[in-house]
Design a protein around this ligand. Structure first.
Ligand code: PBG
Length: 329
């Protein structure tokens, strides 16, 4: 007779037992909603590469965030699409620029009840689509870019952003932003560093959504090589040294090993970004009948949390918050 000493199945017998021994949980509190606001729009416009996601007008953004709030979401990360782009991306730090205006309106409407995170980068604002300013030879000038990130961060903080999230992968960006925030009286504004951000094909749909595809070349000279894991730890520790309050791994599904290692490397809050391509894959597979979207999304998000992320940026945030509510009921 087989004689297994340990019988894990005993604890899987009923739904209540399974709930009792569940190790990882997902709550609406863990989710951050990404939102695109386009200065040129009067009404929301669906994003061709991301079915079910929209570029918002200033007014429709308020409705979307209000809907998210009603579903239990408490945090939003904003991406702006300006009407005018130039070589430096100067609309990024314009006090009346698209994201600054959106932040002010959200803060006016929701106050402290909604955490407003400002993505800090230049790719949506530059006419060439790179995340920094270019040298004559077309390469991205790291240190010249830092000044522009710092100015942008100050404008975002002045508009009322709770958290600045630098996503450009320039060396020294966290230190430059922390210094500029402190020098301008924004010592209480936090930094969520996109610490381990890979040069990933998974951002494809976003570049259509944010109109930010590089006109020439790619981002491999500043974003991380997808083959590297140890380097992610180096990047994370550097950002922490420079003053990051929270760190991020991006993408999520293709970098779960990195999430797990970064989790071990720091006790700071850890965010994972389930990016546009991951959203698009889940939607497309569900639409093709491969699986039910709800189950696939919930399994994906719990997997990201299990790997070690405290919170997840996901385009599915609103639906997930509703699904979780239904499960509770
Ligand atoms: C840069 C930025 C990007 C994303 C977030 N911030 C694009 C890029 O690096 O090319 C991608 C997010 C996604 O794919 O959902 N501002």
């Amino acid at each position: 007779m087989p004689f297994p000493v340990d019988r894990p199945r005993r604890l899987r017998r009923t739904p209540a037992l399974r709930r009792l021994v569940r190790e990882t949980r997902l709550r609406a509190d863990d989710l951050i909603l990404p939102a695109f606001v386009n200065e040129a729009l009067d009404a929301p416009r669906e994003i061709s590469t991301m079915p079910g996601q929209f570029q918002e007008s200033h007014d429709s953004l308020l409705r979307t965030v209000s809907d998210a709030k009603a579903a239990g979401i408490n945090a939003v990360i904003l991406f702006g699409i300006p009407q005018h782009k130039d070589a430096e991306g100067s609309e990024a730090w314009n006090e009346q620029g698209v994201v600054q205006t959106a932040i002010r309106r959200l803060k006016h409407e929701f106050g402290d009840a909604m955490v407003v995170i400002a993505d800090n980068c230049l790719d949506e604002y530059t006419d060439h689509g790179h995340c920094g300013v270019l040298r004559p030879d077309g390469s991205v000038d790291n240190d010249a870019t830092l000044d522009l990130y710092a100015r942008t961060a100050v404008a975002q903080a002045a508009a009322g952003a709770d958290i600045i999230a630098p996503s450009g992968m320039m060396d020294g960006q966290v230190a430059a932003i922390r210094q500029a925030l402190d020098d301008n009286g924004f010592d209480e504004t936090a930094i969520l560093a996109y610490s381990a951000k890979y040069a990933s094909v998974m951002y494809g749909p976003f570049r259509v959504a944010a109109d930010s595809a590089p006109k020439q070349g790619d981002r491999r000279s500043y974003q991380m090589d997808v083959a590297n894991q140890r380097e992610a730890i180096r990047e994370t520790l550097l950002d922490i040294d420079e003053g990051a309050d929270m760190v991020m791994v991006k993408p999520a599904m293709t970098a779960l090993d990195v999430v797990a290692r970064v989790r071990d490397a720091t006790d700071l809050p850890l965010c994972a970004y389930c990016v546009s391509g991951e959203y698009a894959m889940l939607r497309a597979a569900a639409a093709a009948g491969a699986f039910e979207e709800r189950a696939a999304v919930l399994e994906t998000l719990i997997g990201i949390r299990r790997a070690g992320a405290d919170m997840v940026i996901t385009y599915h945030a609103r639906e997930v918050a509703r699904w979780l509510d239904e499960e509770e009921a």
